[in-house]
Design a protein around this ligand. Sequence first.
Ligand code: ZN
Length: 220
Amino acid sequence: MSYFVRLRPSARCAVCFFVLCAAVSFCGGAQITERLIASGFRPGRVAGDPIDTLVIHFCSDAVAHPKNPYDLDAVIRLFAPNTSAHYLIDRQGRVYRLVRESDTAWHAGAGRWGKRVNDLNRYSIGIELMGVGAAKEMEMLVRMPEAEYRKIAPADRGFTAAQYVSLTALISEIEARHPDIKHDRRHILGHDEYAVGRKYDPGKLFDWGKLGLPAQPSPP
Ligand SMILES: [Zn+2]
């Protein structure tokens, strides 16, 4: 009989919990797997900057592989070396941490949100959903022709129910850590609402109602 088996049930649970926590942190809602990337962000934040905004994005490998757009490694490789986001949620709702919230991810780029002009990264947390937008959005965003878009399986377009569940849990946790992020459409916005005419994610296939939020943004 092994040492492990001789442990009392409660002790075994504690061991399992510890082992699992080594790879996955699930203490309070969303399970988050560490997949920290090495570049594409700025270490640290500017002292005194509030973190008061959440930006929702989508990403995929659909341009190169329209029939297999969600290979995790391929999608993560697309960020390097000049872009990043704090979190990535795959089609099954698994949440990956790519950049620590204490670091400045480069996800928003040029745009305007109230007084914030081209510097929203400083004040925000970026969440990427593996997803593909509407045909017109993909044409505008990545110049994907209609014929290429049709190669993407309908089930691979838009977002999954599991993603909305995980996103809701993740946002609740982030809001608890950063009380300046209010649960409204002033503080939670789409990339397309900040970078109007330049970005088209998360686009019209994203259902803000699933987060308990209105479809229309409320810029400050
Ligand atoms: Zn984006």
